[in-house]
Design a protein around this ligand. Sequence first.
Ligand SMILES: *Cc1c(COP(=O)(O)O)cnc(C)c1O
Length: 389
Amino acid sequence: MDLESLVIHGDADGDDDPSIAPVLHLSSTYRAASAQAFAAEATAVRPQHYYARYGNPTLARCERLLAGLERAESALLFASGMGAISTTVLALLAQGDHVVAQTSHYMSTTRLLTALLPKWGIGATLVDQTDTAAFAGALRPETRLVIVETPSNPTLALTDLAAVAALARAQGILTLADNTFASPVNQRPRELGIDLVVHSATKYLGGHSDLVAGALAGPRPLVERVWETAIVLGACASPFNAWLLLRGLRTLPLRVARSNATALALARHLASHPAVARVHYPGLASHPQHALAARQMQGFGGLIGVELAGGYAAAQRFVAALRLAAQAVSLGGVETLAAHAASMWEGSLTPAEIAQAGISPALVRIAVGLEAPADLIADVDQALAQAGG
Ligand SMILES: *Cc1c(COP(=O)(O)O)cnc(C)c1O
């Protein structure tokens, strides 16, 4: 099924409830019909009627749809994107193992790799994601996992998914891609050879800035292995969030297509504005990896990095002067959000770490929502005028 039909029908569970809208199952526990049935649920893999940390019919419905979207056999929901990432990594790695990942990741993923994993004797080598040879050079005999994220924050750098998947697979190493920024509408890593896909479902998948959830999709045996750890670590999704997520997913292809189109128009407009020094957007021919973006993505996404000619102070003034776009973190909702990257990180990172993460002091990230393109262009124009040079 095409994704546009899949988001409407891909969760059907074949039960005999005639409701058109999904039923929200809130029960934390279930009555067993017999001692044998109780024993069977207690020892089942991913039971749906045992105890809600183990699974539940609403979660299962949403997971079926997510698996379909990522062209995977199976999916598992979590309490958050970080719940999905940390549980998956902890489930797949053990003391003495090594992981290869990128210098640029979602900041909490970087912390997981550099601050938490060493406590359990797991090493990580971080490489420049734009350099495929660097991934090959970082692999060791004890490497068990390669983690990629593309496009990544803050400059929308890309990883060549097919190339990295092929070199890891040739050595029997698993690959995990954070597909949050692209969404399965714009990029399907599994079709390029990646084993496992994770999402912050808080972003595009949910799409309305009203839930926090995460997801993992991949081959059934691997997802079941992660589930064994997930029930121990306990970052399980709430049924209500899974229900909201199902509701958001119905319009995912429409929302992402609109955001792609508006972001491209806005990126082009910003690139031609005299108060703008540089625009980072994979859909612009000026993006250093535009050809790769055109090859591995079906759309270029709704995130734009814009560096103001006036530097740090102008960037702060610009974000404050926006009227439609709220000054806020996160992305993927119906509303446009903007954040000054350096202001966001200067409390927790040193200036050297900020520079190493590729964050220019003048950089503003715009997460394009679903407002009329002309209104957003007018908003950035008036804010650029106020921000000055
Ligand atoms: C937000 C985000 C996460 C973390 O997800 P949460 O739902 O906030 O835990 C991970 N990766 C990327 C790329 C994100 O944008």
